[in-house]
Each structure stands twice: as structure tokens, then as C-alpha cells.
Write a protein that binds this ligand. Structure first.
Ligand SMILES: Nc1ncnc2c1ncn2[C@@H]1O[C@H](COP(=O)(O)OP(=O)(O)O)[C@@H](O)[C@H]1O
Ligand SMILES: Cc1ncc(COP(=O)(O)O)c(N)n1
Length: 265
């Protein structure tokens, strides 16, 4: 299940989560948190759902269909974060519970347009990150959540540690925004084991939805029973191929292509 916002341009959010889930052989259920007015150049507006309706979608799906793993993406507001956190407890989702919960703490679109209210960061830190089986921030989100500016391997380790100190079971600090590097290094840790997943940086401006694709692929792999390190290893290779097969669209950033496996044939 994905708990996320709609991207009218189809490059990120629910739309990319559902494509990724389908291609990875899992049925996608959805709790819509917000509807964005979005294309390849930016997000011009959004409307958030009521927290009760978000919680009710989660409850409706879990009590009837069941879920193998759950991912959160754009949550829009503090009250939605609080509702998702308490519903996760009610439904036995998250850190040390039955069903893994992947928290992608989406704060803004890649164009810099906000997707989370500024006053919602406390709720993210104190209510959602402690419930995460794995939290997957990019470097801008790391700065906003922990105050740490990641510029190298040492500060990436510090950021992982800060997220684990907030209570996440595993933290994955993604290196996609280290744009001056020739590589794209992601660091995963639970405080005991460190795993580095590094790929060559792909020269593309069409990287819209990369974080969603990665987190959705982690979620699908967890639903298939992978361990967290194996799920992240798989998802990193999946998003790397998606970036290689990304295509231009509109006047801005085209989408990572989660259909790369189909496109290849
Ligand atoms: N140009 C690139 N080449 C290779 N991997 C990339 C590139 N850009 C991002 N990635 C990878 O895509 C995933 C999403 O990363 P990132 O861009 O940091 O997140 P977000 O989309 O949330 O901003 C990470 O695994 C990151 O390493
Ligand atoms: C509904 C929604 N969810 C998530 C993102 C983040 O994706 P990106 O960082 O590629 O803009 C987005 N732009 N829109």
C-alpha cells in the first residue's frame, strides 16, 4: 500500500508507486493524502485530504485486503502525519511491528515547491520517523529534519546516526543530490550493520520520481519477504535502470521510467 499524493503529471507520487508495484508483482492499494496540480516544471497548487479520510482509507484496505508492506510519501500536513502514525499503531504497521513501514519523508518537489507544511517537521521527527522500519530522506530532507548538511561520507554517517537516534529501525540517506560527485552513494544502517550502495551517476535531467521509485521498490521487495538490506540493494539497482531509461516529457524534468523492463523488450 502507498499512502501518498497524486502527481497530475504522472511522474512521481501515487502514479509512479503504482507502476513500480505492478511491475514488481504486487497489488497496489492506495490512501490518497493530497491532489497536486503538477507538471514537469513544478507544482502550482495542491489540496490535502482530511486526516480522517486518510486514516479511513488505510483502515479500509488493511482490515479487508491486508497489506504486505506500506510506504508513505507526500503527507502534506502535520495532522495527516499524526493520523497516519496513530493508524499505523492501530493496524500493527511499522518499526518492530508485523508489517514493514517505509517512510519517504517527502518535503518538497524536485522543483523546490513545498509538499509538506513547514510546521509539520516536528510531527515527522517525533511521530512518524520513530515508527519507520526504514526512513529514506534525500539530502534536502536530511537538512530539514536533522540540520545536518551532508557533503561527504562522514556527514552522511552523521545523518544516518541522527535519524536512528530519532527512533527509525533503519535509515537510508540517499546521495542523489551530491551532484558534483561522479557517483550516487546511498548509505543504509540500523546502527549495527552499515551497507553502502553506490552506483555511477547517470547523466540525465530526467530524474523526476527517483525517490518514490526507490522507496516503492523497497516496499515491494519487503512485501515479497526480503530483508531490509536486500530490499534496498534490489531497489537501488531498480531505480538505477529506471534512470538509465528515463525519458523527456514536457518542458522540464521527465520521469524515471519504472517501466524500463517492459521498454527493453
Ligand atoms: N543521476 C543519478 N544517477 C544515479 N543514481 C541516482 C541519480 N540521481 C538519483 N539517484 C539515485 O536515485 C535514488 C533517489 O535519490 P535522490 O535523488 O537522492 O532522491 P529524491 O528523488 O527523493 O530527491 C537514490 O538511490 C539515488 O542514489
Ligand atoms: C505527489 C508527489 N509526491 C512526491 C513528489 C516528489 O518527487 P520529486 O522529488 O521527483 O519531485 C512529487 N513531486 N509529487
Amino acid at each position: 500500500m502507498t499512502v501518498a499524493g497524486s502527481d497530475s503529471g504522472g511522474g512521481a507520487g501515487i502514479q509512479t508507486d503504482m507502476r513500480t508495484f505492478a511491475l514488481l508483482g504486487v497489488h497496489a492499494c492506495v490512501a490518497v493524502t493530497a491532489v497536486t496540480v503538477q507538471n514537469t516544471v513544478g507544482v502550482s497548487d495542491f489540496v490535502a485530504m482530511s486526516p480522517d479520510i486518510v486514516a479511513a482509507q488505510m483502515r479500509s484496505v488493511v482490515t479487508d485486503i491486508g497489506v504486505g508492506a506500506v510506504k508513505t510519501g507526500m503527507l502534506a500536513s502535520g495532522p495527516i502525519i499524526d493520523a497516519v502514525a496513530s493508524t499505523a499503531d492501530e493496524l500493527d504497521l511499522g518499526n518492530s511491528r508485523t508489517v514493514p513501514l517505509v517512510v519517504d519523508p517527502v518535503a518538497a518537489s524536485m522543483h523546490g515547491d513545498p509538499l509538506l507544511a513547514a510546521e509539520a517537521f516536528d510531527a515527522l521527527r517525533t511521530n512518524l520517523i520513530p515508527r519507520a522500519t526504514v526512513v529514506t530522506p534525500n539530502l534536502d530532507e536530511v537538512r530539514l529534519i536533522t540540520g545536518i548538511d551532508v557533503t561527504d561520507a562522514a556527514s552522511q554517517h552523521d545523518a544516518v546516526r541522527a535519524l536512528l537516534d530519532m527512533g527509525a529501525q533503519w535509515a537510508l540517506v540517499k546521495g542523489g543530490h551530491l551532484r558534483s560527485s561522479t557517483q550516487s552513494p546511498d548509505l543504509l544502517s540500523d546502527g549495527v550493520e552499515d551497507h553502502e550502495f553506490t552506483t555511477e551517476r547517470i547523466a540525465t535531467g530526467h530524474d523526476h520520481g527517483a525517490g518514490d521509485t526507490l522507496a516503492a521498490a523497497i516496499t515491494a521487495a519487503l512485501a515479497h519477504g526480503y530483508s531490509v538490506p536486500d530490499a534496498v540493494r534490489f531497489a537501488k539497482s531498480w531505480v538505477t535502470e529506471g534512470l538509465r531509461w528515463a525519458y523527456p516529457l514536457g518542458a522540464g524534468h521527465g520521469p524515471v521510467n519504472p517501466m524500463w523492463r517492459v521498454s527493453e523488450e
